[in-house]
Write a protein of this length. Structure first.
Ligand SMILES: O=C(O)CCC(=O)C(=O)O
Ligand SMILES: [Fe+2]
Length: 377
């Protein structure tokens, strides 16, 4: 039997077969119309316009397996940045999207940045949480050059269940072909498509500075939401913040792997669980941020199930309702969005129904193991 396509949007890798004691998150499966067939996922050149970036179409080999990830020393280049950003922003126009999260930048070409400019990019993104760089040549570079650029920010993560461009498994692809109906099918049974998460937090060293760039998208719809998890933490009362001190949570890759296998997709690396602090510190800005998310966090260690579910649900609702610490990014040809995965949540919005392809590529450098702040105030 031909293998089914791997899931192409990590935000939709959701809870299945929750073991007892797992989290409060409501099950959301955007592919509940059953496994998509290999044939359906592969672009059919005779349907609609051909893909603009065929070199970025997803490929996968179900026989390829990767060993467990090994620890590595992450160096965050944001530490070396000039906080005036002379190498990043000279000649640039920067527009703030909200008071506390999100900027749009015109007049910078990321691919030409010097290392000093890249250092500043790491700090700039950590401070602003998410930055949309317009009119970039990133998608037109040879894929290896894009990877070389991203590799400056940390070791490339290879996603356990997604397809990648041929010969470049380090690139995570978000891809819906023109004839894909999974979003419509999902919304027949759900009232919204939100899947708030930080990427692959089940890893021991989850990603930091992360790059997502548009290859092809619908003329309207398919925006991406972001939330500022440092501001989400700051909005809590001092008494409540004290309650979070010392708490640790289990993050699990098992449900994502099970979901992939259930659909006939791939699992390239054995799923793991990791324990991370509920509040982490950013190594450069020293900001504290909430670090639990509905996709991958299962429970708080030491709490009974009802207590853990209650606390996690409160924190997830707090972020989902926090429009005053969220930003909504609109994609346009040439846009590269860079976020700091340590201090943000994001969610795709599956709201386009007009037979358009949506195709993005993610470069996902890993960062340090999350650590708890030494001082809670
Ligand atoms: O499709 C999107 O807008 C976001 C996908 C996502 O969650 C990711 O690339 O990490
Ligand atoms: Fe994601």
């Amino acid at each position: 039997m031909a293998p089914a396509a791997p899931l192409q949007n990590e935000g939709e890798h959701v809870l299945v077969n929750l073991p007892p004691g797992s989290g409060p998150t409501v099950y959301k499966e955007a592919y509940d119309n059953g496994p998509r067939s290999f044939e359906k996922e592969i672009e059919k050149k005779d349907i609609g316009s051909p893909p603009k970036y065929p070199n970025y179409l997803p490929t996968w080999d179900p026989t390829v397996k990767y060993p467990p990830l090994t620890p590595f020393e992450h160096y965050d280049h944001g530490k070396d940045a000039d906080p005036a950003f002379p190498n990043l922003l000279s000649g640039a126009t920067v527009t703030q999207l909200t008071s506390n999260i999100g900027v749009e930048i015109e007049g910078v070409q990321l691919s030409t940045l010097t290392n000093a400019g890249k250092d500043e990019l790491a700090l700039f993104v950590a401070q602003n949480k998410v930055a949309a760089f317009r009119n970039q040549d990133f998608a037109d570079l040879p894929i290896q050059e894009a990877l070389n650029f991203g590799g400056y920010f940390g070791r490339h993560h290879i996603h356990p269940t997604s397809g990648g461009p041929k010969d470049h498994p380090q690139v995570h692809l978000v891809h819906r072909s023109i004839d894909d109906t999974s979003a419509q099918d999902f919304l027949k049974q759900h009232s919204n498509s939100l899947t708030w998460h930080s990427d692959v937090t089940y890893e021991k060293q989850p990603p930091g500075t992360t790059f997502l760039y548009l290859l092809d998208g619908p003329p309207a719809g398919g925006d991406t939401l972001f939330a500022n998890m440092a501001e989400a933490y700051n909005r809590l009362s001092p008494e409540f913040r004290k309650r979070l001190q010392g708490l640790k949570a289990v993050h699990s890759a098992h449900e994502q792997a099970t979901a992939s296998l259930t659909r006939g997709g791939i699992v390239r690396r054995e799923p793991i669980t990791s324990v991370h602090p509920v509040v982490r510190e950013h190594p450069v800005t020293k900001e504290k941020a909430l670090f639990v998310n509905p996709q991958f966090t299962r429970y708080i260690i030491g709490y009974k199930k009802e207590e853990s579910d209650f606390l996690l649900k409160f924190l997830y609702d707090h972020v989902a309702l926090g429009q005053d610490f969220q930003a909504r990014l609109k994609w346009a040809p040439g846009t590269v969005v860079v976020w700091d995965n340590r201090v943000t949540f994001h969610s795709a919005i599956l709201d386009w129904f007009d037979g358009h392809r949506r195709h993005l590529a993610r470069i996902t450098p890993q960062a340090e193991p999350p650590y708890e702040p030494a001082n809670f105030d």
